[in-house]
Design a protein around this ligand. Sequence first.
Ligand code: HPA
Length: 248
Amino acid sequence: MAKIAIIGGTGVTSMPGLTVHHREMVKTPYGAPSCPLIHGELNGVDVIFLARHGRRHTIPPHLVNYRANIQALHEIGVTHTIALAAVGGITDDCVDQAIVIPDQIIDYTYGRAHTFHSGTRDKFEHIDVTEPYASSVRERLLAAAEKAGVAHIPNGVYGVTQGPRLETAAEIVRMERDGCTIVGMTGMPETSLARELGIDYACCAMVVNRAAGKSVNGISFSDIEANVRGSVANVQRVLAEAVSTGFS
Ligand code: HPA
């Protein structure tokens, strides 16, 4: 039986529409996850919700314990995960409040605990991340966005930076040359850790600002907040539809 988790990012530390049943703190060999897992119901379907940055949004992207988060989901039997992300838009189509379902990642992070293979397990594997996102979840998100009538960009390359600072304009030029269409700080190692534990995982990103150097007015935090607020309702419609159509 599929068990679905939603990892909430910036602006999504709780989920309106989620009926909360109970909270569970799961201890893992890697430490504590960002906050207790919330067991609840979305659109009549049991889901687990985890706020990546903690309940009060206090854990910056480079200090998120990604291993504890993914291990905790795995320990309670999660099979499928939808990860939400607030990102900057690099390419011209990735305007403020666009919803993007990325299909690729370039990882620019460093120094993060990025694997469960830390020399203590019997054997390690070179996991295949040719397609970093699980088609089972990505396709469900795409179908859900269609059905919910939410405009979206059906693919994209998510460049993951270390943060917590934003990028320089030259870094964004380089990332665009590399092929990145959006930029955020949390897609890795979360995505590959989920693959290591066999969790089907995909991302639903909302563009909350134009990336550095891409807008004449620069990046404004009040605009980011407004764009988060403006996107959350659409993201929630996609999620409600995605979970209700079920996963296999
Ligand atoms: N860069 C990196 N991460 C982000 C951005 C950005 O412009 N916006 C939201 N998360």
